[in-house]
Design a protein around this ligand. Structure first.
Ligand SMILES: NC(=O)c1ccc[n+]([C@@H]2O[C@H](COP(=O)([O-])OP(=O)(O)OC[C@H]3O[C@@H](n4cnc5c(N)ncnc54)[C@H](OP(=O)(O)O)[C@@H]3O)[C@@H](O)[C@H]2O)c1
Length: 324
């Protein structure tokens, strides 16, 4: 037996309960992993609240780091005792132990600790595909990144500034503004107090930015459209404030022949080669000092509901993790 966070109905954080569960032995192609650190990501709140529906009852959590306890038949890539981490796949990382397909795992380099891995596997690979593959940023460009002091945001700001890209970051408080500036933002806008469109137009001398990275969703949709340069790219990759409203393609034409995309990590680490390359890039950026990531808060596994409450109330900054 082990313990896992289970939810039997969608709803507020209180639906998350720690239950005893029977895992059994790993099947063909699977390993049993004992978690040492578990990443908490915004997608977990969407699944818990029902915005991204799951069959119920369900386990939760997309990201974990730990040690291989046992392996099923046919698993050759990993052995007992290996230090591994993963992001994506069926929910279930909010647990002390779980079964998982070996193909989802990445071997951790010795210099990457479990807590650091639980911060960067999902959020770091997300930044990698957003700035290197979905759109390949160039030194000297100015880009707009909303929620720049968040988990994904902090990694993005550091990585982009290491690449010589000027980041205009938006944040929701003065403390987060200070943090975003320290991490490398060239300009920070508090979108609770300032006019984002006017500020971005002023910073870019009226031109607008070539790309907006918007994970806030509903509240920033109209703002992001008006911050883009002609033929700019709107990357809508999250909905922290709620889902983006339906809109007509004509709007993109009226705003300057804009491009709009709604990507997700799973489609950018869809093959073993893509997964290894993306994780390898993230570990390389940690090794060369471009990004420096540590959890800003740790919660015991049984306090997963508190972690969700804090994340959704915008009181966290950076990556947060659960400790099993
Ligand atoms: N598509 C993908 O592949 C992918 C992958 C990973 C993550 N994501 C998305 O990236 C975003 C960031 O994820 P994360 O885990 O790193 O979370 P996070 O950025 O640490 O937390 C979300 C932040 O969004 C901001 N926010 C603005 N309006 C909000 C509202 N009404 N309610 C709650 N938060 C609001 C808050 O920052 P301020 O206080 O500064 O406003 C909050 O701290 C999420 O939308 C997530 O779904 C997408």
């Amino acid at each position: 037996m082990t313990q896992a966070i289970v939810f039997r109905e969608i709803g507020p954080p209180e639906v998350l309960r720690l239950e005893s569960v029977d895992l059994g032995a790993p099947g063909a192609g699977q390993v049993r992993i004992r978690h040492h650190a578990i990443g908490v990501n915004y997608i977990d709140t969407y699944q818990r609240s029902g915005l991204y529906p799951l069959p119920l009852p369900s386990w939760l959590g997309q990201e974990g780091a730990g040690v291989v306890e046992s392996v099923g038949s046919g698993v050759e890539r990993f052995g007992v005792g290996d230090r591994v981490a993963y992001a994506g796949g069926p929910p279930g990382s909010y647990s002390r132990e779980r079964l998982i397909d070996a193909e989802k795992l990445i071997l951790l380099p010795p210099e990457v600790g479990f807590e650091q891995a639980a911060c960067v596997m999902l959020q770091g690979m997300t930044v990698e595909y957003l700035i290197r593959r979905l759109y390949c940023v160039r030194p000297g460009q100015t880009v707009l990144w909303h929620a720049a002091a968040g988990g994904v945001g902090q990694i993005a700001v550091q990585w982009l500034s290491a690449l010589g890209v000027e980041v205009i970051g938006t944040v929701g408080s003065a403390a987060k503004a200070r943090l975003a500036l320290e991490l490398g933002c060239r300009h920070v806008i508090n979108y609770r107090e300032q006019d984002v469109v006017a500020s971005v137009r002023e910073i870019t001398r009226g031109q607008g930015v070539p790309v907006v990275y918007d994970s806030v969703g509903k509240d920033t949709f109209a703002i992001s459209l008006d911050c883009l340069a002609r033929r700019g790219l709107f990357v809508s990759f999250g909905n922290a404030s709620g889902a983006v409203p339906d809109f007509s393609p004509l709007l993109l034409s009226q705003k300057g022949s804009l491009l709009f995309t709604r990507p997700r990590l799973g489609d950018f680490v869809a093959t073993r080669a893509e997964l290894e390359a993306s994780a390898g890039e993230v570990f390389a950026r940690i090794a060369d000092g471009s990004i420096n990531v540590a959890p800003s808060r740790r919660y015991p596994l049984e306090q997963a509901a508190t972690a969700h409450r804090d994340l959704e109330s915008r009181s966290t900054s950076g990556s947060i993790i659960l400790i099993p």
